[in-house]
Design a protein around this ligand. Sequence first.
Ligand SMILES: Cc1ncc(COP(=O)(O)O)c(C=O)c1O
Length: 398
Amino acid sequence: MALSKNVMKVQPSATLAMSAKTKEMIAKGVDVINLSIGQPDFVTPKYIQDAAIAAIRSGKTSFYTPASGLPELKTAIGQRIEAETGVHYDNKQIIATTGAKFALYLIFQVILNPDDEVLLPAPFWVSYAEQVHLASGQPVAVKTTGAGHKATVEDLEQARTSKTKALVLNSPQNPSGLIYTKEELTAIGNWAVAHDILLVSDEIYSNLVYNGNQFVSAVSLGETIQKNTLLVTGVSKTYAMTGWRMGYVLGDAAIVKAMGTVASHATGNPTAVSQYATIAALSGSQADAEKMRQAFEQRLNLLYPKIQSLPGFALAEKPQGAFYLFPNVKQAVALCGYSTTEAFVDALLEEANVAVVPGRAFGQPDNIRISYATDQASLDEAYRRIAAFIQAKSSTEA
Ligand SMILES: Cc1ncc(COP(=O)(O)O)c(C=O)c1O
């Protein structure tokens, strides 16, 4: 039985594959430090857990909810987004989904016709291209020339064709941690409007911003850009809620309605208990989220200079948000006698027991992604192991 053409184009998630391999080694008793993870290492704050437990006990989580989410959840989402961006959305412009990942999946399902193109400035998050394939679209990796892997209007213009339907921008960006400035975003937003290209703005890391850097939401740049933008975000990263699977989209009411229709035939509503937990997360005190943000900031500040100092690692731009470092390791790979980044990453895992993700899945094969969503002692030890690995390998090579 042949699989569908769309499915045959899809690669399994490289980040999940690396995590699975790492977990397998850990289960066998190997002391692996896992820096391949894309989720906070904290548990969900207690006030959110408590609200979820109370919701279960009340009995109201036993039932289906509207496929696009409870009205009171949409109101809580709208209020939080208004507080953060200054933009008001009506409930009919809001949909809650089973994670931001499924939100993006639904967007491509409802906007793409076969062979419509979606621009993905590289490096880009691993799932975008595969989700575009699953919607019969054509992902187009855009070579970026702006500071630290950011796309410029010229980069996008080079990639634009008559089939370009949408552009996905991710700021703060996974994996580079960089943030688009107001000027950069405005130029791109205006370009998208001028060419009738929908801007899909993935702002899932918008609350994880460090060292006084400023996050700018694409929807805060005036009505024209805002109307041409779908804002995608969720609670996974800000509130340490990856397992609860809750994301949301705010934007054009007709697109949001179509997404709800597709969701109603796919997952149905996002899990009811997660919806109640999300209402608590968004409406309660943001103090716990801030504490986690500060912990990430501290880790970044300690780890960045160390990673920069590794022989053959290049990382000129300090990440401003998210929880990843994305150094170019081309020279380190050569120094250690490997011909590909993948071979270097495999050896790092098997011989030094440190797991990172090769950059190819993000569209940048000379880089690796290092997550600092783990405790400081593990980060210190991982640095020590990587440094020792490079020293041992490079002296053998020399
Ligand atoms: C850039 C980006 N967008 C979206 C997501 C999806 O988040 P979730 O489905 O957990 O809400 C992730 C998760 O890793 C991500 O890194």
